[in-house]
Design a protein around this ligand. Structure first.
Ligand code: GSH
Length: 216
């Protein structure tokens, strides 16, 4: 397979970029990283010239380009079946796909009112305007995934479905938002899950990059 290049936006801000980057890094899939700075005068030109959709992230694999974070995750799942990026059993896989799709197309209030600001913490922000409802839904999905599919596994590693999967990558930016704007009231299972995700080496690596971007 040709070498993979993942093009992403700013690590502080680009929640969509964080998903495939976190997925590849945590799963041990080698890739080269390219960056396009967002919110700059030249950003639109760069994005239009390089990205098939005019947005980041996108993945380049030889002549193949894949854009949109969920499509990139699916492509990687096809390319690396041995990584088991989706749960192998049909029932947890259906749940993992559903919650990943729900994340991809939903939670508009959380996205808008609590934008990802990776290096920041203790920002305290309103939970009105639908944010509280979105937080409760995320908490419910995490708690269900852990109790129905994660906890039950003999080799449970604390991820939503026991082993690391695409669903964890899809929700990693939400963990960041909860840490930035929280504390949020979530179940013990969700709190432990956030602890695990934010202590992974891949998380620390992204954070170091985010800090470097702003000279922190
Ligand atoms: N659904 C897309 C959304 C991608 C997206 O909105 N990317 C933002 C950065 S987080 C972007 O490229 N914004 C540049 C712009 O709008 O000019 C995905 O999942 O990849």
């Amino acid at each position: 397979m040709a070498d993979l290049t993942l093009t992403i936006g700013d690590k502080n801000l680009s929640s969509w970029s964080f998903r495939p980057w976190f997925l590849m890094t945590q799963a041990g899939i080698p890739f080269a990283e390219e960056n396009i700075k967002l919110d700059r005068p030249e950003s639109r030109k760069d994005l239009n010239e390089k990205s098939p959709s005019g947005l980041v992230p996108f993945l380049t694999d030889g002549d193949t380009q894949v854009w949109d974070s969920l499509a990139i995750a699916e492509y990687l799942s096809d390319c690396f079946p041995e990584k088991k990026l989706w749960p192998t059993d049909k029932q947890p896989r259906a749940f993992a796909r559903s919650i990943s799709a729900e994340m991809h197309s939903g939670f508009p209030s959380l996205r808008t009112v609590w934008p990802m600001m990776f290096t920041r913490s203790d920002l305290r922000h309103t939970t009105s305007g639908g944010v509280a409802k979105d937080i409760a839904r995320v908490d419910d999905l995490w708690t269900q995934a852990r109790s129905r599919f994660g906890n039950n596994q003999a080799n449970d590693q604390g991820f939503l479905f026991g082993q690391f999967s695409i669903a964890d990558a899809m929700y990693a930016p939400v963990v960041s938002r909860f840490l930035t704007y929280g504390p949020v009231e979530v179940s013990g299972a969700s709190a432990r899950y956030m602890e695990l995700i934010s202590s992974l080496p891949a998380w620390g690596q992204w954070k170091a990059g985010a800090k470097a971007e702003i000279g922190a």
